[in-house]
Design a binder for this molecule. Structure first.
Ligand SMILES: Cc1cc2nc3c(=O)[nH]c(=O)nc-3n(C[C@H](O)[C@H](O)[C@H](O)COP(=O)(O)O)c2cc1C
Length: 181
């Protein structure tokens, strides 16, 4: 089983990446093969609809990972009550052929003060738009959940991300066994 983990922040110092890396480690520990894509490091061109961008090496990597993946763990920062433009740009290169009937788990880094829900709902809507099966459970991390190096260190936050990865693995397995297409 392969799970694509998407780190959805464009920033060099990113808390979202801290969530994505913790999720990837958790999946590795469950013997799941992780395909890791980070929109802050794997720099994509702007989606324009121009077919020639499909030849871009980073676009190819994104599409190949998404095609191979049996499920997705998608993370984003909350920016102005939505997901990052960088993540939305990445998802615009993909579609139903990559996501249909494949589960996704979603998690967001927010600014504290009860932020995060709007980005989660926005991400859920976008993933519904590509026909992914988004898990009902979801997670928001606040800045206090990370150390100064943006590692997710808070134990309760770690437990929540571990739970999400387990739910994702179990649903992805169940769907693969039944070969839902
Ligand atoms: C442009 C911008 C807009 C933001 N808007 C929100 C917001 O609407 N709600 C919120 O809770 N936090 C907001 N934040 C705070 C970020 O969500 C928070 O710092 C998060 O940890 C950033 O993740 P990153 O380090 O992976 O980019 C905003 C930050 C920036 C830079």
């Amino acid at each position: 089983m392969k799970i694509m983990v998407i780190a959805g922040s464009p920033t060099a110092e990113s808390r979202t990446r801290g969530i994505a890396q913790f999720a990837a480690e958790s999946l590795n520990q469950m013997n799941v093969e992780v395909l890791y894509f980070d929109v802050g490091m794997d720099k994509l061109p702007l989606f324009t609809g121009d077919a020639t961008t499909a030849q871009n090496e980073t676009v190819k990597k994104l599409a190949e990972y998404a095609e191979q993946a049996d499920g997705f763990f998608v993370t984003s920062p909350e920016y102005h009550s939505g997901i990052s433009g960088a993540l939305k740009n990445a998802l615009d290169f993909l579609g139903g052929k990559h996501f249909k009937n494949k589960p996704s788990a979603i998690a967001v880094a927010a600014g504290g003060g009860k932020g995060g829900m709007n980005a989660l709902t926005n991400l859920r809507t976008v993933l519904r738009g590509v026909y992914s099966l988004v898990l009902p459970d979801q997670f928001v991390a606040d800045p206090v959940n990370f150390d100064e190096g943006n590692v997710l260190v808070d134990e309760l936050a770690q437990t929540r991300v571990r739970e999400l990865t387990l739910q994702l693995k179990e649903l992805t397995e169940a769907i693969s066994v039944n070969q839902v297409k």
